[in-house]
Design a protein around this ligand. Structure first.
Ligand SMILES: NC(=O)c1ccc[n+]([C@@H]2O[C@H](COP(=O)([O-])OP(=O)(O)OC[C@H]3O[C@@H](n4cnc5c(N)ncnc54)[C@H](OP(=O)(O)O)[C@@H]3O)[C@@H](O)[C@H]2O)c1
Length: 286
Protein backbone atom coordinates (compact mmCIF):
# COMPACT_ATOMS: atom_id res chain seq x y z
CA UNK A 1 0.00 0.00 0.00
CA UNK A 2 1.16 3.51 -0.85
CA UNK A 3 2.56 5.66 1.95
CA UNK A 4 0.08 8.36 2.85
CA UNK A 5 0.63 11.92 4.04
CA UNK A 6 -1.62 14.49 5.67
CA UNK A 7 -0.54 18.03 4.82
CA UNK A 8 -2.05 21.16 6.41
CA UNK A 9 -2.45 24.46 4.58
CA UNK A 10 -2.36 23.29 0.95
CA UNK A 11 -4.28 26.17 -0.69
CA UNK A 12 -1.08 28.05 -1.63
CA UNK A 13 2.70 28.16 -1.25
CA UNK A 14 4.73 25.38 0.31
CA UNK A 15 1.69 23.24 1.21
CA UNK A 16 0.34 23.28 -2.35
CA UNK A 17 3.74 22.44 -3.86
CA UNK A 18 4.36 19.72 -1.28
CA UNK A 19 0.98 18.11 -2.03
CA UNK A 20 1.84 17.98 -5.74
CA UNK A 21 5.43 16.79 -5.27
CA UNK A 22 4.55 14.04 -2.77
CA UNK A 23 1.79 12.77 -5.09
CA UNK A 24 4.18 12.83 -8.07
CA UNK A 25 6.53 10.69 -5.98
CA UNK A 26 4.08 7.93 -5.18
CA UNK A 27 2.45 9.14 -1.96
CA UNK A 28 -1.28 9.17 -1.39
CA UNK A 29 -1.77 12.79 -0.37
CA UNK A 30 -4.50 14.08 1.91
CA UNK A 31 -4.30 17.75 1.07
CA UNK A 32 -6.14 19.75 3.69
CA UNK A 33 -7.18 23.38 3.75
CA UNK A 34 -9.36 25.51 5.96
CA UNK A 35 -11.32 26.83 2.99
CA UNK A 36 -11.79 24.19 0.30
CA UNK A 37 -13.13 26.79 -2.14
CA UNK A 38 -9.44 27.76 -2.57
CA UNK A 39 -8.59 24.38 -4.11
CA UNK A 40 -8.71 25.41 -7.80
CA UNK A 41 -4.93 25.40 -8.37
CA UNK A 42 -4.44 22.10 -6.58
CA UNK A 43 -7.38 20.61 -8.50
CA UNK A 44 -5.79 21.63 -11.80
CA UNK A 45 -2.55 19.81 -10.91
CA UNK A 46 -4.52 16.80 -9.71
CA UNK A 47 -6.60 16.54 -12.90
CA UNK A 48 -3.82 17.31 -15.38
CA UNK A 49 -1.41 14.78 -13.89
CA UNK A 50 -3.96 12.31 -12.50
CA UNK A 51 -2.38 12.61 -9.05
CA UNK A 52 -3.47 10.66 -5.96
CA UNK A 53 -4.57 13.74 -4.02
CA UNK A 54 -7.69 13.87 -1.87
CA UNK A 55 -8.92 17.17 -0.59
CA UNK A 56 -10.21 17.44 2.99
CA UNK A 57 -11.33 20.45 5.03
CA UNK A 58 -9.11 21.14 8.06
CA UNK A 59 -8.66 24.33 10.04
CA UNK A 60 -5.75 23.88 12.46
CA UNK A 61 -7.50 26.12 15.01
CA UNK A 62 -10.61 23.87 15.06
CA UNK A 63 -10.04 20.47 16.64
CA UNK A 64 -13.35 19.06 15.32
CA UNK A 65 -12.10 19.56 11.73
CA UNK A 66 -8.78 17.89 12.60
CA UNK A 67 -10.57 14.90 14.17
CA UNK A 68 -12.86 14.56 11.13
CA UNK A 69 -9.93 14.62 8.66
CA UNK A 70 -7.95 12.05 10.66
CA UNK A 71 -11.03 9.81 10.98
CA UNK A 72 -11.59 9.95 7.20
CA UNK A 73 -7.98 8.99 6.47
CA UNK A 74 -8.07 6.12 8.95
CA UNK A 75 -11.37 4.81 7.59
CA UNK A 76 -9.88 4.73 4.07
CA UNK A 77 -6.32 3.59 4.70
CA UNK A 78 -6.27 2.37 8.32
CA UNK A 79 -3.02 4.30 8.93
CA UNK A 80 -1.29 7.66 8.80
CA UNK A 81 2.35 7.52 7.72
CA UNK A 82 3.35 11.19 7.60
CA UNK A 83 1.93 14.41 9.04
CA UNK A 84 3.25 17.66 7.63
CA UNK A 85 2.40 20.59 9.87
CA UNK A 86 2.74 23.29 7.25
CA UNK A 87 -0.12 25.75 7.88
CA UNK A 88 1.05 29.00 9.37
CA UNK A 89 0.74 32.75 9.09
CA UNK A 90 3.12 35.65 9.49
CA UNK A 91 2.51 38.48 11.93
CA UNK A 92 4.67 41.56 12.38
CA UNK A 93 3.27 43.94 14.95
CA UNK A 94 4.59 45.24 18.23
CA UNK A 95 3.37 43.50 21.37
CA UNK A 96 1.86 46.80 22.52
CA UNK A 97 -0.13 47.25 19.33
CA UNK A 98 -1.34 43.66 18.91
CA UNK A 99 -4.82 43.02 20.27
CA UNK A 100 -5.52 40.07 22.55
CA UNK A 101 -7.49 38.43 19.72
CA UNK A 102 -4.52 38.82 17.38
CA UNK A 103 -2.13 37.37 19.98
CA UNK A 104 -4.40 34.34 20.43
CA UNK A 105 -4.84 33.94 16.68
CA UNK A 106 -1.12 34.03 15.79
CA UNK A 107 -0.36 31.57 18.59
CA UNK A 108 -3.19 29.24 17.62
CA UNK A 109 -2.38 29.13 13.91
CA UNK A 110 1.37 28.73 14.32
CA UNK A 111 1.68 26.75 17.55
CA UNK A 112 -1.49 25.35 19.14
CA UNK A 113 -2.66 24.08 15.73
CA UNK A 114 0.57 22.08 15.42
CA UNK A 115 -0.02 20.56 18.87
CA UNK A 116 -3.64 19.70 18.01
CA UNK A 117 -2.76 18.02 14.69
CA UNK A 118 0.11 16.13 16.33
CA UNK A 119 -2.13 15.02 19.21
CA UNK A 120 -4.68 13.72 16.68
CA UNK A 121 -2.21 11.47 14.81
CA UNK A 122 -0.02 10.27 17.69
CA UNK A 123 -2.25 7.45 19.00
CA UNK A 124 -2.31 5.92 15.52
CA UNK A 125 1.40 6.33 14.84
CA UNK A 126 2.18 4.90 18.28
CA UNK A 127 0.01 1.83 17.61
CA UNK A 128 1.54 1.42 14.15
CA UNK A 129 5.00 1.79 15.73
CA UNK A 130 5.92 4.04 12.86
CA UNK A 131 5.27 7.53 11.64
CA UNK A 132 6.82 10.81 10.75
CA UNK A 133 5.92 14.33 11.81
CA UNK A 134 7.49 17.06 9.72
CA UNK A 135 7.00 20.68 10.70
CA UNK A 136 7.53 23.73 8.56
CA UNK A 137 8.88 26.09 11.18
CA UNK A 138 11.21 28.96 10.25
CA UNK A 139 14.54 30.59 10.95
CA UNK A 140 12.17 32.61 13.15
CA UNK A 141 11.88 29.49 15.32
CA UNK A 142 15.58 29.83 16.16
CA UNK A 143 16.27 33.57 15.99
CA UNK A 144 13.86 36.21 17.32
CA UNK A 145 13.54 39.09 14.88
CA UNK A 146 12.37 42.66 15.46
CA UNK A 147 8.59 43.19 15.34
CA UNK A 148 8.10 39.45 14.73
CA UNK A 149 8.12 38.54 18.41
CA UNK A 150 4.63 37.01 18.42
CA UNK A 151 5.26 34.93 15.29
CA UNK A 152 8.79 33.96 16.39
CA UNK A 153 7.53 33.11 19.89
CA UNK A 154 5.01 30.70 18.34
CA UNK A 155 7.63 29.14 16.04
CA UNK A 156 10.12 28.83 18.97
CA UNK A 157 7.31 27.04 20.81
CA UNK A 158 6.96 24.56 17.94
CA UNK A 159 10.72 23.93 17.99
CA UNK A 160 10.73 23.35 21.77
CA UNK A 161 7.62 21.20 21.67
CA UNK A 162 9.00 19.02 18.87
CA UNK A 163 12.44 18.74 20.52
CA UNK A 164 10.78 17.44 23.70
CA UNK A 165 8.55 14.99 21.80
CA UNK A 166 11.43 13.70 19.69
CA UNK A 167 13.40 12.82 22.82
CA UNK A 168 10.95 10.07 23.86
CA UNK A 169 9.00 9.09 20.74
CA UNK A 170 11.76 7.96 18.43
CA UNK A 171 13.19 4.83 20.05
CA UNK A 172 10.14 3.09 21.55
CA UNK A 173 7.61 4.04 18.88
CA UNK A 174 9.70 4.75 15.77
CA UNK A 175 8.06 8.15 15.37
CA UNK A 176 10.50 10.50 13.67
CA UNK A 177 10.25 14.25 14.04
CA UNK A 178 11.81 17.03 11.99
CA UNK A 179 11.58 20.82 12.02
CA UNK A 180 12.24 22.23 8.55
CA UNK A 181 13.49 25.82 8.89
CA UNK A 182 13.21 28.09 5.84
CA UNK A 183 14.39 31.68 5.53
CA UNK A 184 12.29 33.71 3.10
CA UNK A 185 9.99 31.92 0.64
CA UNK A 186 8.32 33.71 -2.25
CA UNK A 187 4.69 32.93 -1.40
CA UNK A 188 1.55 34.78 -0.29
CA UNK A 189 2.94 34.76 3.24
CA UNK A 190 4.51 38.25 3.36
CA UNK A 191 1.57 39.91 1.58
CA UNK A 192 -0.94 38.28 3.94
CA UNK A 193 1.16 39.24 6.96
CA UNK A 194 1.43 42.87 5.88
CA UNK A 195 -2.27 43.20 5.12
CA UNK A 196 -3.13 41.63 8.49
CA UNK A 197 -0.79 43.72 10.59
CA UNK A 198 -1.07 47.19 9.08
CA UNK A 199 -2.79 49.83 11.16
CA UNK A 200 -4.51 52.27 8.80
CA UNK A 201 -1.94 51.53 6.10
CA UNK A 202 1.08 51.77 8.44
CA UNK A 203 3.00 48.91 10.00
CA UNK A 204 3.45 50.63 13.34
CA UNK A 205 2.50 53.87 15.01
CA UNK A 206 4.02 56.52 17.28
CA UNK A 207 7.51 55.92 18.62
CA UNK A 208 7.70 52.50 16.97
CA UNK A 209 7.14 53.80 13.45
CA UNK A 210 10.68 55.09 12.66
CA UNK A 211 12.21 51.89 14.08
CA UNK A 212 9.84 49.78 12.02
CA UNK A 213 10.71 51.78 8.90
CA UNK A 214 14.42 51.18 9.56
CA UNK A 215 13.67 47.49 9.93
CA UNK A 216 11.79 47.35 6.61
CA UNK A 217 14.55 49.27 4.80
CA UNK A 218 17.11 46.89 6.35
CA UNK A 219 15.29 43.83 5.03
CA UNK A 220 15.35 45.28 1.52
CA UNK A 221 19.05 46.20 1.78
CA UNK A 222 20.05 42.80 3.16
CA UNK A 223 18.13 41.09 0.35
CA UNK A 224 19.92 43.18 -2.28
CA UNK A 225 23.43 43.08 -0.80
CA UNK A 226 23.76 39.47 0.26
CA UNK A 227 25.41 37.04 -2.12
CA UNK A 228 23.07 34.43 -0.80
CA UNK A 229 19.44 34.46 -1.82
CA UNK A 230 17.19 35.50 1.04
CA UNK A 231 14.19 34.09 -0.84
CA UNK A 232 13.67 30.64 -2.26
CA UNK A 233 10.72 29.10 -4.07
CA UNK A 234 8.02 26.98 -2.40
CA UNK A 235 9.00 24.18 -4.81
CA UNK A 236 12.52 24.17 -3.30
CA UNK A 237 11.14 23.88 0.22
CA UNK A 238 8.73 21.13 -0.90
CA UNK A 239 11.71 19.21 -2.28
CA UNK A 240 13.39 19.30 1.12
CA UNK A 241 10.19 18.09 2.77
CA UNK A 242 10.21 15.11 0.39
CA UNK A 243 13.89 14.41 1.13
CA UNK A 244 13.16 14.45 4.86
CA UNK A 245 10.20 12.08 4.37
CA UNK A 246 12.41 9.72 2.35
CA UNK A 247 15.17 9.71 4.97
CA UNK A 248 15.15 6.62 7.24
CA UNK A 249 17.02 8.58 9.87
CA UNK A 250 15.85 12.18 9.44
CA UNK A 251 17.41 15.07 11.38
CA UNK A 252 15.59 16.87 14.21
CA UNK A 253 16.18 20.15 12.39
CA UNK A 254 17.26 21.26 8.95
CA UNK A 255 17.58 24.65 7.24
CA UNK A 256 16.35 24.91 3.66
CA UNK A 257 18.83 27.39 2.15
CA UNK A 258 22.36 28.67 2.55
CA UNK A 259 20.91 31.99 3.64
CA UNK A 260 18.91 30.30 6.40
CA UNK A 261 22.00 28.34 7.47
CA UNK A 262 24.13 31.46 7.71
CA UNK A 263 21.42 33.48 9.46
CA UNK A 264 20.96 30.89 12.23
CA UNK A 265 24.63 29.85 12.57
CA UNK A 266 25.10 31.28 16.08
CA UNK A 267 22.27 29.05 17.29
CA UNK A 268 23.04 25.93 15.27
CA UNK A 269 26.80 25.66 14.75
CA UNK A 270 27.46 23.30 17.69
CA UNK A 271 24.74 20.88 16.71
CA UNK A 272 23.39 21.68 13.23
CA UNK A 273 20.87 18.84 12.96
CA UNK A 274 19.97 18.49 16.66
CA UNK A 275 21.29 14.93 16.94
CA UNK A 276 23.71 15.72 19.79
CA UNK A 277 20.95 17.41 21.73
CA UNK A 278 18.58 14.45 21.38
CA UNK A 279 21.38 12.13 22.50
CA UNK A 280 21.99 14.34 25.54
CA UNK A 281 18.28 14.46 26.42
CA UNK A 282 18.04 10.68 26.21
CA UNK A 283 21.11 10.09 28.34
CA UNK A 284 20.10 12.73 30.92
CA UNK A 285 16.45 11.81 31.36
CA UNK A 286 15.75 8.39 29.91
N1 LIG B 1 6.97 32.56 3.24
C1 LIG B 1 7.97 32.72 4.07
O1 LIG B 1 8.77 33.66 3.93
C2 LIG B 1 8.18 31.72 5.20
C3 LIG B 1 9.42 31.71 5.83
C4 LIG B 1 9.65 30.78 6.85
C5 LIG B 1 8.65 29.90 7.21
N2 LIG B 1 7.45 29.94 6.57
C6 LIG B 1 6.42 28.97 7.00
O2 LIG B 1 6.07 28.17 5.88
C7 LIG B 1 4.75 27.64 6.07
C8 LIG B 1 3.98 27.78 4.77
O3 LIG B 1 3.84 29.16 4.47
P1 LIG B 1 3.88 29.71 2.96
O4 LIG B 1 5.11 30.50 2.81
O5 LIG B 1 3.57 28.62 2.03
O6 LIG B 1 2.68 30.78 3.05
P2 LIG B 1 1.24 30.83 2.42
O7 LIG B 1 1.32 30.71 0.94
O8 LIG B 1 0.60 32.04 3.03
O9 LIG B 1 0.52 29.50 2.96
C9 LIG B 1 0.06 29.37 4.26
C10 LIG B 1 -0.98 28.26 4.29
O10 LIG B 1 -1.46 28.11 5.64
C11 LIG B 1 -2.87 28.10 5.59
N3 LIG B 1 -3.52 28.48 6.83
C12 LIG B 1 -3.54 29.67 7.46
N4 LIG B 1 -4.30 29.60 8.56
C13 LIG B 1 -4.79 28.33 8.62
C14 LIG B 1 -5.63 27.62 9.50
N5 LIG B 1 -6.17 28.21 10.57
N6 LIG B 1 -5.90 26.32 9.25
C15 LIG B 1 -5.38 25.70 8.16
N7 LIG B 1 -4.59 26.32 7.28
C16 LIG B 1 -4.30 27.62 7.51
C17 LIG B 1 -3.21 29.07 4.47
O11 LIG B 1 -4.58 28.91 4.09
P3 LIG B 1 -5.45 30.15 3.53
O12 LIG B 1 -5.14 30.22 2.07
O13 LIG B 1 -6.86 29.75 3.81
O14 LIG B 1 -5.02 31.38 4.27
C18 LIG B 1 -2.21 28.59 3.43
O15 LIG B 1 -2.67 27.42 2.81
C19 LIG B 1 4.16 28.41 7.25
O16 LIG B 1 4.18 27.59 8.41
C20 LIG B 1 5.10 29.58 7.43
O17 LIG B 1 5.14 30.04 8.76
C21 LIG B 1 7.18 30.82 5.56
Amino acid sequence: MKKNVLITGTSTGVGLQAAVLFARNGYKVYATMRNVSKAAELETYRKNENLAIELLPLDVTKSNTIAAAVATILSKDGKIDVLINNAGAGFAKTTEEATEDEINWVTNVNYTGVVLCTKAVLPHMRKQKSGQIINVTSVGGLVGQPFNELYCGAKFAVEGYMEALASYLSDPFNIRITCVEPGGISTEFMKSAISKTSIEGQLATGEYLPIFERYMAGIQKRGNESELNLYQTPEEVAKILLEVASNENPPLRIRTSEWAEEFTALKTELDPDGSKLIQQLKSTFL
